[in-house]
Ligand binder design. Structure first.
Ligand code: GLN
Length: 201
């Protein structure tokens, strides 16, 4: 692809601005997406950190849920951080009773998995596909409790009581992290995503 890929950020709730900045730094043309018609012409989409139950609810109100699911099924590349990871999961533990996800990644995530005492936690992790460690900032973060055969595990918690838990995955064109690279000023995870989008376009 010669021209920069156009990547949307689902802008119903959450840290949309931070993702727009990180995408622009990664060589993408980034724009917020709220309405179904704004999904048109995208080469990829980011589902931001925030509150997955709220984003789920608003996606239905704005009518963006069904067309987005359709696009994900037909191969639109997506990257979800934290709440976005939950939204890309096929199954959720500790969700709200009426909570739904968009799905796409064959995994079971546990919401707020690090426990109530550990609202936020930071560490450096090795992430497959990125050279050097990445600062992982977990804020009421999920982890993947179980992943299907087609899911590549890209990173695991390295320190503390949660060591070994899966915190970054990829399945086909879908990428998800428990942590928030968009808040660290380091765009390498977004670059990894944008690179994948370029390869697929
Ligand atoms: N706990 C939030 C949820 O369930 C995710 C938190 C985050 O995105 N920082 O959606």
């Amino acid at each position: 692809m010669s021209k920069d890929p156009t990547i949307g950020v689902l802008a119903l709730q959450g840290d949309v601005r931070e993702h727009l900045v990180a995408l622009a730094e990664s060589g993408a043309t980034a724009r917020p997406v709220r309405r179904p018609e704004e999904l048109e012409g995208l080469d990829g989409i980011v589902l931001p950190g925030g509150e997955s139950t709220t984003i789920d609810k608003l996606s239905r109100i704005f009518g963006v849920r069904e067309p987005l699911i359709e696009l994900l099924r037909s191969g639109l590349p997506a990257y979800g951080s934290c709440a976005g990871m939950i939204l890309l999961a096929d199954r959720v533990l500790d969700g709200r009773p009426d909570q739904q996800t968009f799905g796409g990644i064959d995994m079971t995530v546990r919401r707020n998995a690090f426990g109530r005492q550990v609202d936020s936690f930071e560490e450096d992790v090795a992430l497959e596909g990125v050279e050097g460690d990445v600062r992982a900032v977990y804020i009421r973060a999920p982890w993947a409790e179980e992943v299907g055969e087609g899911v590549e595990v890209l990173a695991r918690v390295e320190h503390g009581p949660a060591a070994g838990k899966i915190v970054a995955v990829r399945q086909g064109a879908l990428l998800a992290t428990s942590f928030h690279p968009e808040v660290t000023g380091d765009a390498r995870v977004h670059e990894l995503f944008v690179e994948g989008v370029r390869e697929r376009s």
